[in-house]
Design a protein around this ligand. Sequence first.
Ligand code: C2E
Ligand code: CA
Ligand code: CA
Length: 640
Amino acid sequence: MSEKFGLGSDDTRVRREFASTLHTRPIALYVGSACGILAGLTAYLHAATPELAIASLLLALIAFSRSVTTFGAARLKKRAGNAMRAAYWTGAIAYAANAGLAAGLSMHPANDPQITLLLVSFALIFGAGMALGNSGRPLVALGQMALTMLPVVIAAAILGTPAMLALAVILPAMIVSLSFLALRMYGVLAGQVRLARESSEIAERMSTQARTDSVTGLASRIGFDVGAPEILAAADPQSTIALFWLDLDRFKEVNDVMGHQTGDRVLEEVGERLRNRAPENALIARFGSDEFLLLAELPSRRDVEQLAGRISNDIAAPFRLSGARVEIGTAIGVEIMDRTDPDLERSLQNAGLALYHARTGGRNQLRFFDAMMTRDLVRKKEIEAELRAAIQRDELSVYFQPIIDLQTGRIRAFEALVRWFHPEKGELPPDEFIPVAEDTGLIITLGNWITRQAARACAAWPEHIRLAVNLSPAQIRAPGGALGILRALEDAGLSPERLELEVTESLFLEDDAQTASFMDQLARQGVQFALDDFGTGYSSLHYINKYPFRTIKVDRSFVSGARMGRRSDAIIRAVAEMGATLGMETVAEGLETVEQVEAVREAGCTLGQGYHFSRAVPAHLALLMLEEEMGAPHVRRAAG
Ligand code: C2E
Ligand code: CA
Ligand code: CA
């Protein structure tokens, strides 16, 4: 860096620094000029030789004219830059030469020795002072000292007395040593200036770096915080300001499978697409690993909607990266800022909330913030806070819903379903609090607790009755997830072969390797798996093929819900047939009527579950049901 700027440019700076003290604070010049006037006039009035009289008068006149030009220049400072400098230098040279000349002439023996003392002292001190003031220009300093001192040296040499001869030797020696001193001072000062410049450059560079994202060249989070208020301040009050918050779908997968370099290229490309799509003055930032913020001023809400749709399409378009084709998408949360009361912090919160809703809606989703989202969030926060305490306070319990063999009508298993009896809110459905537990990580503790409770109950049942427990994806992703479940079984004294974990397809969208290892760990201990809610998600046969499922649970919407009908009947039939071929059980969920039971049995499902048989009941009732069944072994429940 220092080579690049070189000493040269620092030289100029140091010189400028020196000169600027003189020019911006001309007090030194005024004092110098006043001294010159005083010395010159005094000598003029008492000069014995006409030469001295002329030189003294000239000295006084130059001193006077210098103070006048300095005063004028100080007022015209900016415009008069060059002219001022020229005047300053001419004046300085003339002044120095004249001071030296007057001093030299005053040494003529005809003159009063006190006048000589006055003028020689003035010349020497003035010369030395000028030299220090111009230490940035060693040659100028040397020249000025020479101009003021040489006439004195010459006069002393002409006078030729021993004292004068000594002076004639001393002065040049002083000129030389003062020049060195001036040069050294200049060196020290130049070093300081260079240091100051370098550190200010580093600070500048660091602050620019902190404000930009190194991968995409977009703003960083800090850059966003700095830039956003500027956009708000400059915006037209009639326009619409929208804050977009993007979170890429599947980015983690790309990163893991194709490597970080490809991941970075994808981010770069996303940044590029955003830049190309966003209006000129928009602020685009990346933060987190795969999240982007865009703050844009647009004419109307319609334009915001249009832009959001276009961005979504842009990012969904495939990427070609060194031959590989990568497809990602993005969830987008949009907040339209309140122009009467703009609050960036709140808008970020709202956009984040809209993004959260977009993310839970599936892939490539777009949501605009609305106030309902805040209400949902408040309720979620309440639930979150209370859920932690609920586990301790025993407000949660595990209920059991029987799963019936459609051929024999006998109970084959119970599905554990958690229940929360809230002291004020009443019974809270698991659909409401399980997602909260998943979001907050509480599900890991909660899930292990449920498994332990359920396993305890199951341990009291006859050997052939199995236990089904629902498992959240978060439990699988948690470190030591499989161990937590095995430990719960051990605590309850239940053999792992009696447990069947129900998982949904959403699980497989995330981390393949981890899911496989989790399932493998448990399968090796004899735990079985059921694919839950089949038909509602991606229903990819790929998963059935890839993972060791023993059971498929056909979602209740096919049996008693919205999807009921001839088509769903055909689907149930196909699934049951596939199950039979692969040696899997097929459970029809949500059986509420005897007709439904008949239909699914006829379609080939092996097991059934639903209100027709029983709702989920507490453990002691589940046990009672089993005892009852043992007492009456020939009752065929399935037949109603
Ligand atoms: P799921 O695993 O599909 O559970 C079946 C749900 O269907 C249960 O609702 C059950 O009460 C209900 N159901 C059973 N028979 C019928 C019927 O004939 N008609 C109708 N309309 N519904 C029926 P629940 O208990 O409210 O659970 C809802 C969801 O919450 C469960 O869906 C499951 O995804 C989740 N969940 C429940 N307990 C747990 C748990 O312990 N752990 C985890 N991770 N999730 C749970
Ligand atoms: Ca289930
Ligand atoms: Ca289900």
